[in-house]
Design a protein around this ligand. Structure first.
Ligand code: S3P
Length: 168
């Protein structure tokens, strides 16, 4: 069985959607940021601060090759920039979780741990820069996606159901 890969901008809810899909199916899940943090035994924030972004991108490409070779039938949530790995289509069915930037930002702010959520994301330190990154990426996410799901104003459980129906 093919893997399902969730892509989308920081804070769009890839992790929450993955948890909901697990509840509704018998899939097991992996997260590319979690894999990188355990490979490196340090946080994404530290990796960016101590080594820089390019070092992190090399790790993402390494994880992508491992996923392609070794992982099957798994739900894979990803960091917001993972979609740029060259072998993405070979890993599985790519599902893009889409929402306007304002919706994503408000979703983060509404979270009880909003400050922590922003602090751990090196590319979300400056709103204007994050908005520019969103504008640069929006069309690119769509281009690599097999399935696009608009997640604005929807319950997590409905989003998960929609994805499971579409990947069947
Ligand atoms: C990044 C998104 C982050 C993390 C890293 C870079 C990006 O993941 O991989 O900070 O380039 O958009 P989330 O999408 O889970 O925040």
């Amino acid at each position: 069985m093919k893997n399902i890969i969730l892509i989308g901008f920081m804070g769009v809810g890839k992790g929450s959607v993955a948890r909901e899909i697990i509840k509704q199916s018998n899939l097991v899940a992996l997260d590319t940021d979690d894999i990188i943090e355990s490979m490196e035994n340090r946080s994404i924030k530290k990796i960016f601060a101590q080594e820089g972004e390019e070092y992190f991108r090399v790790l993402e490409r390494k994880v992508a090759l491992w996923l392609q070779k070794k992982v099957r039938g798994t739900l894979i949530s990803t960091g917001g920039g993972f979609f740029k790995v060259p072998n993405l289509p070979k890993i599985g069915t790519v599902v893009y979780l889409s929402a306007p930037f304002e919706t994503i930002y408000n979703r983060i702010l509404a979270h009880p741990d909003a400050e922590k959520k922003l602090r751990k994301r090196p590319l979300f330190q400056d709103i204007e820069k994050a908005q520019n990154l969103y504008n640069e990426r929006a069309a690119l996410y769509k281009k690599v996606a097999d399935i696009v799901i608009d997640v604005s104003d929807k319950e997590m459980s409905d989003i998960a159901r929609e994805i499971l129906k579409k990947v069947k």
